[in-house]
Design a protein around this ligand. Structure first.
Ligand SMILES: C[S@@+](CC[C@H](N)C(=O)[O-])C[C@H]1O[C@@H](n2cnc3c(N)ncnc32)[C@H](O)[C@@H]1O
Length: 218
């Protein structure tokens, strides 16, 4: 293929990826535009159960949305860093933090742009933090964990494609046990469960759902 055709093709390919990413951000900004908290103000149940077992320290919450988990961590004396690509998510998370009189550090950032010092966090929690470039994003996060730090994840499994109770409508964005085991291969003491649960976290996470939970240690 002549070089100029190849370059034109590459530019249009990159443009189309950027457009997809921007329209994804717009979709989330629209979803969060309402006054209601889309996933509620209470933390995810698995997150709550796990964080309460750990000594507090520094936590990172990627793709944290409206801040329900970040605020709960801060209320339990964790030093909280979080990020999300939606500015509306940040506004609502900061509003919730003010309401509960706690402090968060919340960046507007994609996984790709997220920058933290290596070996910084005692805990990273990925709660319904589905994204494209899954493997790359997950492996990047491991670097930010301190040795001995924990990672916890709850997200939809590929079986969720058959349910109308929440989650991405693309198999590529849903998780399989094999993918997650490979992504977090560097962690030890991995506990992974694929199960069905009943979600009651607002209208977008409501009803019987197929999920995966993972806990691992760096
Ligand atoms: C289902 S919501 C979950 C929010 C939060 N973790 C919770 O459990 O309430 C998914 C979030 O992922 C964010 N997100 C999706 N792709 C992202 C990316 N590439 N980088 C950063 N955030 C992303 C969206 O903006 C959205 O807030």
């Amino acid at each position: 293929m002549p070089k100029y055709i190849y370059e034109a093709f590459s530019v249009s390919f990159i443009n189309s990826i950027c457009q997809t990413f921007n329209s994804m951000i717009e979709m989330w900004n629209k979803r969060y535009a309402q006054n209601e908290y889309v996933y509620g103000k209470e933390p995810n149940e698995f997150f709550k159960e796990q964080i309460l077992k750990l000594p507090n320290g520094k936590i990172l919450l990627p793709a944290e949305g409206e801040g329900r988990n970040a605020v709960f961590a801060a209320q339990n004396n964790w030093q909280v860093e979080s990020f999300d690509s939606s500015y509306k998510a940040k506004d609502k998370a900061e509003k919730l933090a003010r309401e509960k009189s706690v402090e968060l550090n919340y960046e507007i950032s994609s996984y790709e742009d997220a920058k933290y010092e290596a070996n910084t966090f005692d805990l990273i929690a990925l709660i319904y933090a589905h994204s494209s470039n899954r493997q790359q994003n997950h492996q990047k996060l491991i670097k930010f964990l301190k040795p001995g730090g924990m990672l916890i994840l709850e997200g939809f499994s590929k079986d969720q494609i058959n349910n109308l109770t929440g989650g991405p409508k693309s198999l590529d964005l849903l998780f399989s046990p094999q993918e997650l085991k490979a992504d977090f291969d560097e962690l030890s003491e991995i506990k992974l469960t694929e199960t069905e649960t009943y979600l009651n976290e607002g209208e977008h996470h409501m009803g019987r759902a197929s999920i995966i939970r993972l806990i691992g240690k760096k």
